[in-house]
Design a protein around this ligand. Structure first.
Ligand code: DGP
Length: 117
C-alpha cells in the first residue's frame, strides 16, 4: 500500500498554497486546468481526501466521497460542454507515468468547448 504524502502538489493546491485555474469545485472535488496541457482542453479532477491513486480511492474512500467525486467529474464535464466528447485517464503508479501521488482523473478533449473561462 502506498503512503500518502501530505506535501504533494495537489495537496498544496487543495490547501490553497499553490494557485490553480479552477473549472469547478464543491465539497467533494476540485477541478482545474492542467499546467502542461496535452489536449485543447485538459482538466484534472481531484477528490478532497488523501488517496494516492484510483485503487486506493476505490478501496478506501467512503461511499459519500466516491459518489460525490463522480458527480463532480460529471459536473466538470457539463461545465466544459464536453458531455459526448471527452477522454478520461487515471495513471496509477510511477510505472504508468503517474507523477503526482494524489488520485486524479485527467479529462481531455481536442474539440473546442462551448464556454469561455
Ligand atoms: P500524472 O502524470 O497522471 O500524475 O499527471 C499529473 C499532472 O499534473 C500533469 O499532467 C501535470 C499536472 N501538474 C503538475 N503540477 C501541477 C500544478 O502545480 N498545477 C497544475 N494545474 N497542474 C499540475
Amino acid at each position: 500500500m502506498s503512503v500518502y504524502d501530505k506535501n504533494n502538489v495537489f495537496a498544496k493546491i487543495l490547501r490553497g498554497e499553490i494557485p490553480n485555474k479552477t473549472v469547478y469545485e464543491d465539497e467533494f472535488v476540485l477541478a482545474f486546468y492542467d499546467v502542461s496541457p496535452r489536449a485543447k482542453v485538459h482538466v484534472l479532477v481531484i477528490p478532497r481526501g488523501e488517496y494516492t491513486d484510483i485503487y486506493d480511492f476505490a478501496q478506501n474512500a467512503p461511499l459519500t466521497l466516491q459518489t460525490g467525486f463522480w458527480n463532480g467529474v460529471c459536473n466538470t464535464v457539463e461545465k466544459l460542454g464536453l458531455r459526448n466528447n471527452f477522454r478520461t485517464i487515471a495513471n496509477t503508479g510511477r510505472g504508468s507515468g503517474q507523477s503526482v501521488m494524489h488520485f486524479h482523473i485527467h479529462i481531455m478533449s481536442d474539440e473546442r468547448f462551448t464556454e469561455d473561462f
